[in-house]
Design a protein around this ligand. Structure first.
Ligand SMILES: [Zn+2]
Length: 135
């Protein structure tokens, strides 16, 4: 199996509205995202690193310096609406904005762009906390 990996970072705010603890408050992270594409056989290269970089950065650009929210959470939707009314950047997903679901969000986009590859995406919320998804 051949694999190529590219890493990027983005900054964002989020909250976990149903979480009992500090992560229930609005707070921010510098997220690190590592995307790995794999295939059992290749011709010369699996994918050009520059193409993977462009797609990964395009995928995370919408989340960068945004308020990430769960559009199934009334509380988070209300806060996102206040921000949107003030022309502030928001990014909604259909799940709590945990590192696991953010990894899934990125992986879905990569799967669309690189449909012949196995996709693995890891997201770090902090230098010691990492979640991963494989599609
Ligand atoms: Zn957090």
């Amino acid at each position: 199996m051949y694999s190529v990996t590219k890493t990027t970072t983005f900054d964002a705010a989020h909250m976990l509205s149903d979480y009992e603890g500090p992560c229930g408050n609005v707070h921010g992270h510098t997220y690190k995202v590592e995307a790995t594409l794999s295939r059992p056989a290749i011709k010369k290269m699996l994918v050009d690193f520059n193409l993977l970089k462009q797609v990964l950065e395009k995928t995370t650009a919408g989340m960068d310096h945004a308020f990430l929210y769960d559009y199934n959470s009334p509380e988070e939707v209300e806060i996102a609406g206040l921000l949107t009314d003030r022309n502030k950047k928001t990014y909604g997903i259909g799940a709590p904005t945990t590192a696991e679901y953010l990894a899934h969000e990125v992986a879905r986009f990569l799967q669309y762009e690189f449909e012949s590859c196995d996709i693995k995406v890891a997201v770090w919320e902090t230098p010691t906390s990492r979640a991963e998804v494989c599609l």
